[in-house]
Design a protein around this ligand. Sequence first.
Ligand SMILES: NC(=O)c1ccc[n+]([C@@H]2O[C@H](COP(=O)([O-])OP(=O)(O)OC[C@H]3O[C@@H](n4cnc5c(N)ncnc54)[C@H](O)[C@@H]3O)[C@@H](O)[C@H]2O)c1
Ligand SMILES: [Zn+2]
Length: 375
Amino acid sequence: MPKKILITGGAGFIGSHLADKLLQDGHDIAVLDCLHPQIHGPNPKRPAYLHKDVDLVIGDIRDEHMVGAAVQGKDIIFHFASHTGVGQSMYEIKEYMDVNVQGTAVLLEAIQKHNSSLQKLILASSRAVYGEGAYHCHTCGVVSPKPRSLLQLQASKWELNCPNCNLSLTPIPTPETYPTDPRSVYAVSKLTQEHLCTIYGETYKLPVVVLRYFNVYGPRQSLSNPYTGVLSTFMTRLYNNKPLNIYEDGQESRDFIHVSDIVQACHLAMKTNKANDQIFNIATGKSITLMEIAQTVTQQFRGPSPKTTGQYRFGDIRHSVADITKAKQLLGYFPRVSFADGVVELIEQAEFIPNEDLSSIAEKELQIRGLSKPD
Ligand SMILES: NC(=O)c1ccc[n+]([C@@H]2O[C@H](COP(=O)([O-])OP(=O)(O)OC[C@H]3O[C@@H](n4cnc5c(N)ncnc54)[C@H](O)[C@@H]3O)[C@@H](O)[C@H]2O)c1
Ligand SMILES: [Zn+2]
């Protein structure tokens, strides 16, 4: 049966891919999106990549009137509208809390007032809610280390030590049961979104699914947004013939997931009742170091070899990899795109790369505030 589906923030990177998939399946798709200039450029208009059958309503997630109208008659809502820059959230504190938290509050109140037949709400959350995530100590077992101090970073001691015995730690996949430890305003806002949606679901008997995405990449990720992820930054620098400078020693690691696998997970979360009232990590379960990423991207551009600079950003986590057992078991989710394949496709298909290194704008904002060590 075709369903009426609303995707908030659906004109962005992930939401637009999800819209394509749901339209293929015959569903009706509406998007509420303010086309924020940081993502969509200074004179935003309907993105060319957004499928022509998407009913786009241009409006703010905090606008009660527009959100009230948008939720009416919908069967499923995907809530994606958010600001997403971790570093930027540390100084645009009010704006991040306003859009991400107040926006979610407005959405929930609108559902309560205008849609008593909603079947499911699916929230895009983030790995950021874990902070450093899980580590293993040879003597103490699984431990939750504190984030690295400024003193430790200044001494170029990159790896984490055991909070009990001070031995060096090995990162291990973080499961959903691991305690949350948000370490940025962005992370606090995403965890608060989770709590708001979960409490709403329990109170009003609405099935809620929380998906914690790890590092997502793929076509349509905004390259004009200086706060977008490291892969966009790398591509933009190489396109402008600049070598890649890697923070710390390049051995910091992440779990990079292709957007098509995120879409797969969203689709499964919508279809199966086993997903209801659950939280899932959505990732590959494999870690890749920043140096490996830099080398793969550099090879594609035939650029100069990447270098480590010993720079750091206070608050950056060291390692991050997901345990995806739960998503495999309950959703039947299985990541399909390897990083090597996904990156080649991304670089081949990249259409718009601005002719200036916007990442340095983001970097300068952090340096001014003492949140990053200058070159
Ligand atoms: N991309 C990632 O690596 C990643 C990782 C973890 C979680 N997430 C989450 O996934 C979701 C989608 O992220 P994305 O990467 O597609 O980001 P994106 O920036 O490409 O898309 C977000 C969309 O939200 C819109 N938006 C921003 N403020 C709004 C407002 N006030 N009202 C209405 N719309 C607004 C923007 O215009 C944009 O189109 C977000 O909730 C994000 O927190 C993304
Ligand atoms: Zn120990």
